[in-house]
Design a protein around this ligand. Structure first.
Ligand code: A4P
Ligand code: MG
Length: 174
């Protein structure tokens, strides 16, 4: 990866899947991203099996996160992510509905964005264990650019699913 026209940026991308060969879709997505000329994969979290949050009744998710260095502006990286989702056969039927692949741009250090296509940090990151846990694993230093709070601290404060309500987050290998 080398493109002197674009500054290098660090990003955390969240990955999720709850249909079909979940692990296969996540593997393929990471492989595709890492192959991009302008992208370098720096770290990869464990995968976790997680209870679905919001949306209709649906199966459990596998979630993870990766830390990237990319000479891409956030909108361009988002476009890459949407292309990879599309190539995996992702169909947008209903909000928070089941999906073969969901790639969310979670965070980039110091970056605050609110455009029609992209909000950074991801608007629901702070309240979602399935996103925060892997983010903190690959970027324990990460700080919410709105408030200056460490995401690791926010994660500690986040309530766990009450016992008896099914799985919360269960670590899995890749
Ligand atoms: N968009 C704006 N900001 C971003 C960003 N930071 N990252 C726009 C990615 N996309 C962003 O997303 C709709 C549009 O949001 C994109 O086209 C982009 O322009 P989408 O992926 O089509 O729709 P969605 O995923 O159904 O909706 P949304 O609101 O993005 O849902 P989330 O927040 O991604 O949540 N439960 C568990 N356990 N694990 C999960 O992974 N995921 C969801 C989806 C719900 N419940 C879950 C999980
Ligand atoms: Mg999404």
């Amino acid at each position: 990866m080398n493109d002197s026209t674009q500054p290098l940026r660090i990003y955390v991308v969240g990955l999720g899947a709850n249909l079909g060969d979940r692990r296969g879709f996540l593997h393929a997505a990471v492989e595709k991203l890492a192959k991009q000329q302008r992208v370098r994969l720096l770290a990869q979290s464990q995968l976790r099996e997680t209870a679905p949050v919001g949306g209709p009744p649906q199966g459990a998710y596998l979630n993870g996160a990766i830390l990237l260095e990319a000479s891409l502006e956030p909108e361009d990286l988002l476009r890459e992510l949407l292309d990879i989702e599309h190539a995996a056969g992702r169909e947008r039927r209903e909000r928070w509905g089941p999906r073969v692949l969901d790639l969310d741009l979670l965070f980039s250090p110091g970056l605050l964005l609110e455009t029609a296509a992209l909000t950074l940090p991801h608007p629901r990151l702070r309240e979602r264990r399935f996103a925060l846990e892997p983010l903190v694993e690959v970027a324990p230093w990460a700080v919410d650019p709105w408030t200056g709070e460490r995401y690791a601290t926010l994660l500690e404060r986040l309530p766990r699913t009450p016992p008896g309500l099914g799985l919360d987050t269960v670590p899995q290998g890749w």
